[in-house]
Design a protein around this ligand. Structure first.
Ligand SMILES: NC(=O)c1ccc[n+]([C@@H]2O[C@H](COP(=O)([O-])OP(=O)(O)OC[C@H]3O[C@@H](n4cnc5c(N)ncnc54)[C@H](O)[C@@H]3O)[C@@H](O)[C@H]2O)c1
Length: 333
């Protein structure tokens, strides 16, 4: 590896993207965050410049790629509120598909051959088998999931036609925060279970709502595979190295292989914060599968990647530590 190689990180002001920038910098790369700040935070960009560009603006994006000539691209910029994608699919398809296509065209123009793409377990829809291997049928049930699958197909086609190399990282539930407390989760609006449960515990929300208590799971609530955001970031760096060293294009699940129920999250937040989490139980949401747990054995094999923050308490403790910090800059919850 050559020290200081430039990597473009789309969505670098977002939750996962900012952690990816931190890991890249720690490994000697020079990250450039490309983000329109529609959902991200300027204050989360700490390890390189921020180019405030919307990926749907083809000309501006092209100019930024020409300016930096990165050796590789990490593509995390996306609208990713699953529920919102159902109510406003036009916005989601435009943002996620046009933005991705412009990025790939910009890469072709500059001869950039390596891209790591943030895909999602949402491409599997309601899984037939759990833990879910990469070979599972892909039948997404939301426009968000469809947009991820379409970009995976775009990458396959660009790979075959133009030789672009890619790694699609299919994350399960990103969770936790930087163990040093420098960055953390702050979606706008927040829809993720752990920050919502923490906000209810700390009195920032009146209660935490559980959607569905009659699933066929041990305690009746939905089970998900929570993977620490710093472990996801480390997987991005490993995937980049893998591609730069000539690895073949591949799609990999990223998860811990262990599931936790919503009630287990609530219990962990209450225990670690020392505060009760006021809960309201409601009906299931349409399209929420009962259990999503990764079979991540391929990522273990191909990238030699294993999550370091495997236990739920570690994930919740880092999230809590971040959440308790005083608000600063443009961070909002
Ligand atoms: N958080 C999760 O649990 C999870 C799970 C699976 C996949 N993913 C994927 O990981 C990626 C990052 O997710 P996140 O949780 O960090 O979300 P986030 O909203 O915090 O980050 C996304 C960033 O992309 C930026 N962005 C969106 N559209 C853009 C555009 N057209 N041009 C430029 N910037 C744009 C936003 O401003 C934001 O900073 C997304 O692609 C998401 O679909 C996330």
């Amino acid at each position: 590896m050559v020290l200081g190689q430039t990597i473009l990180v789309t969505g670098g002001a977002g939750y996962v993207g900012s952690h990816v920038c931190k890991s890249l910098a720690a490994e000697g790369f020079s990250p450039v965050a490309v983000d329109c700040l529609s959902r991200g935070h300027e204050s989360a960009v700490k390890w390189g410049p921020l180019e405030r560009v919307d990926l749907t603006d083809e000309a501006r994006l092209k100019a930024v790629i020409e300016q930096y000539r990165p050796v590789g691209v990490m593509h995390l910029a996306d609208l990713c509120d699953v529920g919102e994608s159902v109510t406003d699919p036009a916005r989601y398809y435009h943002n996620n598909l046009v933005g991705s296509l412009n990025l790939l065209k910009g890469m072709l123009d500059q001869g950039i051959e390596s891209i790591i793409f943030s895909s999602s377990c949402a491409i599997y829809g309601v899984p037939g088998k759990v833990p879910i291997p990469e070979t599972q049928a892909k039948v997404p049930i939301t426009p968000y999931g469809v947009s991820k699958l379409v970009v995976e197909h775009m990458l396959r086609d660009f790979g075959m036609a133009y030789g672009i190399g890619y790694v699609c990282l299919r994350y399960f539930n990103a969770a936790g925060a930087d163990p040093d407390g420098q960055i953390g989760e702050g979606h706008r609006p927040e829809t993720h279970v752990i920050p919502l449960a923490i906000a209810a515990a700390l009195g920032e929300r009146s209660r935490f709502e559980i959607f569905g208590t009659d699933y066929a799971t041990p305690d009746g609530t939905a089970v998900r595979d929570y993977v620490h955001v710093s472990d996801l970031a480390a997987a991005h760096v490993s995937a980049l190295r893998y591609l730069l060293e000539g690895g073949r294009s591949v799609a990999l699940n990223l998860g811990t292989g262990r599931g936790h129920s919503v009630r287990q999250i609530v219990a962990a937040v209450a225990r670690l914060s020392g505060r009760a989490v006021p809960v309201k139980e409601g009906p299931r949401r349409t399209g929420d599968p009962s259990t999503l747990v990764a079979d991540a054995s391929e990522a273990f094999k191909v990238l030699a990647w294993t999550p370091k923050h495997g236990c739920l308490d570690d994930i919740v403790a880092t999230a809590l530590n971040w959440h308790r910090k005083p608000l600063f800059g443009d961070r909002s919850r």
